[in-house]
Design a protein around this ligand. Sequence first.
Ligand SMILES: C[S@@+](CC[C@H](N)C(=O)[O-])C[C@H]1O[C@@H](n2cnc3c(N)ncnc32)[C@H](O)[C@@H]1O
Length: 209
Amino acid sequence: MGMWNDRVVPRIVDRALSGKDIRRYRERAVAGLHGTVLEIGFGSGLNVPVYPPEVETVLAVDPSGLGRQLAAGRVAASPVRVEFIGLDGEEIPLDDASVDAALSTFTLCTIPDAARALGEVRRILKPGGRFHFLEHGLSPDADVARWQHRCNGLEQRVAGGCNIDRPMDALVRDAGFELADLHNEYMRGPKMARPWGYLYLGRAVPVPS
Ligand SMILES: C[S@@+](CC[C@H](N)C(=O)[O-])C[C@H]1O[C@@H](n2cnc3c(N)ncnc32)[C@H](O)[C@@H]1O
């Protein structure tokens, strides 16, 4: 699956996640970001065109070289400075309390140890900094959740390690965050696509230890 995940999945993801509906969710996810922002799972830079003007620098973490290539045009066209600083959200080469905010969109589904990555985000955020997220994950509807659990193995194999049945709110809370706000809904589309489209859009602040 190396070739598939490295050379094909990033192109599919770039297409699949670049629609108008998703862009509107992205705009909501990035609202309020400012200063220096850590983005885990930067991918092909689909958030770059919607960063608010208050964002100065984005420190991008992602293992995909092809994603970086696909992002090049978006990065070049943006006034925001984007620095690629690492390959793995589970181990981010940044000092403690060094960024103003953090962002993850459709990435906590894919990082193998998402709890560890969230621990890194928590470590790196300055006091008062917020973690903004837009993710898909486990539905509260039993029939949808059943399909999510059933299809998860196949999804992981064909979609670059993506999981569709992670309870994103619990994952974020368990990593030591308090949810400042959370909005859940299904993405627009056919009912049979619901296992892939239950969204978690929110902001979280680290609970002081
Ligand atoms: C579904 S894509 C989403 C890309 C982008 N965030 C977006 O919203 O379009 C998931 C991304 O997570 C990245 N990823 C996978 N494992 C990762 C890890 N350990 N650390 C950081 N990013 C990772 C993949 O390379 C891919 O770019």
